[in-house]
Design a binder for this molecule. Structure first.
Ligand SMILES: [Zn+2]
Length: 85
């Protein structure tokens, strides 16, 4: 039977792994938000860009938005991700 010390150690290891996992998820999420905002800034000048690029960026932004928007209010902001910080 494992000792209390071994159990505590296993518990700490598991907590650490979960913390790292959520840290990674959060970092990827924030990265996606940055790319999305950058896309919107580029699209403000879409009349200066070739149409195939505009279409590509619009398509990418649509997919990205679905990934990063809040599942409850559908806004792209930090309202949902704040709970994980
Ligand atoms: Zn929300």
């Amino acid at each position: 039977m494992p000792s209390q010390q071994q159990l505590d150690y296993a518990k700490r290891q598991t907590s650490y792994a979960w913390a790292k996992y959520y840290e990674q998820i959060n970092s990827a999420h924030n990265g996606d938000i940055n790319v999305y905002r950058q896309n919107l800034r580029v699209l403000e000048h879409q009349d200066e860009l070739p149409i195939h690029l505009v279409n590509e960026i619009e398509e990418m932004s649509k997919k990205l938005r679905i990934q990063i928007q809040c599942p409850i209010c559908m806004e792209v902001n930090l309202c949902f991700s704040q709970y994980y910080l």
